[in-house]
Design a protein around this ligand. Sequence first.
Ligand SMILES: [Zn+2]
Length: 324
Amino acid sequence: MCKENLKRYPIPDKTMTVYVKPVASKVPKVAIDDRVKALLSDVSTDSIKSKLHKLSSYHTRHTKSKYIHEVAQWLRSEFESMGYNDLFYHKYNENIDGTDYELKNVICNKKGRNNKWVLICAHYDSRMERIDDHTSSAPGANDNASGVGAILEIARLLRQVDLEYGVQFALFSGEEQGLLGSKHYAKFVKENNLSIYRLINLDMIGYPQLNAGIVLIEKDDHSDPAHNQVSGNDEDSIEFARIMADMSSYTDLKISLDSIWNSDYEPFEAEGYVVVGAYDGSANEDQNPHYHDSSDTPSLIDWTYLTSVTKLVMATVLTVSKIR
Ligand SMILES: [Zn+2]
């Protein structure tokens, strides 16, 4: 458990996202094996839907709300019900506005044949426009039950798959309050010398209405040093994003390449890890009235798109963690 308060990250605000044109190429440069194709066809929209509905059924998943520990418990039980037994709460303390909170990240390990890990992460907390409003309804369906739902579906399908690299599923708390969970967890993995080979962050992947059919793949090449603290990991991130973009050939998605900013990959980038993200580009307060609002409900979700993004991420994970 971490006792100290670490460096403060600003409250994540992605409303200034700049859109770029989708990449045209549909010719896969990285071929995938038939077993990967079979697993992709097993991705179930109904399964993702039921997880997302359950998460959005909590009145709020605000960090300060009375529901937040119950949500963590439910997430943990989901991994257990899939048959995973190597899982834990990564607990940490943070002082928010003068009050101490003990919060939990939910971490589940799927061991590989070697001791390197591909980490896929998403935050499970939600918020309203007013950052400390922990009593209003905040279903956070797109932000970010969508990312959590995709991870639970990938975990379900990878349970019995033999992989060279381990896959770690990390569900973070406190993202909306300034990347709290990921900040503490990045420090924890660094201190414990956990070998994180690659990291994929999923934050808002189910509401493509501002960018029809396009998913933004965020790579570590930001020109603002606040979002790119280490330069030695940029080249590998750009290459990793290219592999992920290639995987779109196995889905109906178009790709737009963007840069990482304001989500849970940042504390890992700052520790030197190789990170990318997937994002639907909808965190725009002017164009998306549902962002950080009670109206971010499951009825907004484009299930076909969310299923495709889940496939894209799973194909990427299987490619880099090497199916045996
Ligand atoms: Zn989010």
